[in-house]
Design a protein around this ligand. Sequence first.
Ligand code: ADP
Length: 616
Amino acid sequence: MKILVFNAGSSSLKFGIFDVSIEDSRVFKGEFEGFKNGACTLHYRIGGEQSEAQKRSESLNTIKDAIVRVPEILKEFGYDQFDAIGHRVAHGWERFHNATLINTEVLKHIEACTPFAPLHNPANLKAITISQGLWPDLPQVAVFDTAFHHTIPDCAYTYAVPKEWRDKGLRRYGFHGTSHKYVGLRVARELKRPVTALQIISCHLGNGASVCAINRGFSVDTSMGMTPLEGLVMGTRSGDVDPGMFTYLVRELGLSIEEIEHQLYANSGLKALAGSHDLREVEQKAAEGDTDAQLAINVYAYRVRKYIGAYTAAMGGVDVIAFTGGIGENSASMRRRVCDKFEFLGLHLDDDKNQSIKLKGFEAPQAQSFDSRIKVIVTQTCEQLMIAQEVKYLLAQRESVQTQKWHVPVAVSARHVHLSQEAVEVLFGKGYRLRKMRSLSQPEGWAAEETVEVIGPKGFFKTVRVLGPTRKQTQIEVSKTDTFTLGVEVPVRPSGKLEHTPFIKLRGTIGEIVTNGLIIAARHIHMSPADATKMGLKDGDYVDVKLGNGERSVSFANTLIRAKEGYVTEMHIDTDEANAAGIAFQTKGELVMNETCSEADIVAKKNMELNGRKTA
Ligand code: ADP
């Protein structure tokens, strides 16, 4: 399957043809840039990643002219046969969580997002409308920069501003999502570990720049905010500034809003500090003793370090720091400046390895020394390739969803505790054995007669049911609402993944323990391997699940598949989720065809039709 990808910016147009059925899938890549006096430069590469980069001049005035020229260029090089078109779209607001087939309604929504990305969305829209005219019969898909970040929790995306503003959509959205997602997956492949087992900080350092905390496959924070202006120092953008600055500039210096916006987007960042937006020139000037350039480099590196430190804390750990984008890929000295202060976390860079990295194709070399706990990986960002994969995935999935319906019963889990035998003996007495009260739906588990008191710094729950049999590690499962009663911030985790989980006090009939293992259980579906195979799923996949009917129906994204011999196929959600969905005994759900359902890679999605069943 061949896919044409457009990435239209305010001053350049990137495009490419990707054959997503082969390994080195980038078969043609082009970029028009440097529009000036009726001409621009076309950079292109024919064949895969190893082929030679070429360029030539083109007589074109604008991005619009360049888009119209693309079919002729593709024809000239013999790449004019393709099956679908993918468009990068900068801002998808809260509406788009996945790649989306473009129709009139979707186009309207993209237009409505424009005030949040005034420099980017209009260019993306232009590419869409022109290519709809050129190729009216091909599926056209929008892939949003913001989509990967839809999993960022409310505590990270909320600005502490008046509610009326927040109600108008003022919140953090994040950008570069396609790049960060690609980097997360590439890192996992390089380390031969599932992305869901890794805590990655992805640093996309190009002309635009952002850092993303990818916690076990999901974006949990990123440095760009409501617009692509927040966060790191960039080529020409300021990144973080004190919002108090705006009123000062208006009131004291008499600047207009348009002037301030222009200066922050186009005349700030490296350009403002060192006179050039190009880090190569800044590094050259700094080496020649220019103190402005030296300061610019220090400010740049300091900001990246600050975000890495913050995101390590946000995730409660980090396994990998990944670098991409023109600066991340090419500037060994910037990588070193960023990494050097993290010795205290166990990050040791190998200078020779770092210095000698010259990326070819899809490589992802490591730059840490042998004794480093944290890995440092450098890789080219492949946003367009990722867009092509998203398009392929969306189209394949629509086909499979249209032909198949699946049904899974739903069970609701109230708060409960799994204990280790050691904990049982402290809480209930030496040699004590849990006593079975009743069976549960999964054959291996049962409710015990025993209950414990769960005591947090703010509040407590008196009689929390213990579930048997005993496990290696004690695990306490509560709902998000419960965490506010207890007064502890608790992560969402799959069962058994208890590293860096908070401590809590448990009281039994005889004694007390303080133990870690307090989690909000990630919603999941227990599945027999036979059912999983039938549905095209495997252990560790994620699916979207729609529950209920009518105005209270909800869709639960990112539901983990836990497939194991002996499991009875059943979805488990907690009481908060059940209340949100208004689950009642034997509630029936219906399959909903949703044009926004695609997420290549970690999230193997299927829409499902469900029967709701309340068991707790
Ligand atoms: P964009 O965000 O426009 O795609 P790029 O990812 O191409 O930008 O990154 C452009 C930045 O990368 C520029 O600041 C450029 O100076 C920097 N860069 C490219 N090559 C090098 C290099 N060898 N050393 C230092 N910086 C580099």
